[in-house]
Design a protein around this ligand. Sequence first.
Ligand code: CO
Length: 134
Amino acid sequence: MIGRLNHVAIAVPDLEAASAQYRDALGAVVGPAVPQPEHGVTTVFVLLPNTKIEFLQPLGADSPIQGFLAKNPSGGIHHVCYEVEDIDEASRRLVAAGARVLGDGAPKIGAHDKPVLFLHPKDFSGHLIELEQA
Ligand code: CO
């Protein structure tokens, strides 16, 4: 059901520092910082030949990644995002298999203007999975 790895998201306390490190030390193509107030984050995409890295820095008072950074002050891998063709079908199939979809269970429009949902980390070996309808 899942297809390509769309991105790996890394929560960072300092977006500028993380961007400079990937650009200067790792020689990667690093995009601009994009504030996404409706999602409580500022994002930067690092473009790799086969996938992307997404840096997430909290934006605003109740950012959804504030708690994660409180537990991981130097940053850390926050989620992996896999592409699916039909997110409603994916959601039905996962719920039927006993997986928990975060929130009210319905896909939302994510930070990339495409329908996404998140799966509970406790159901998947301790990692947060984002599914995105490609
Ligand atoms: Co993501």
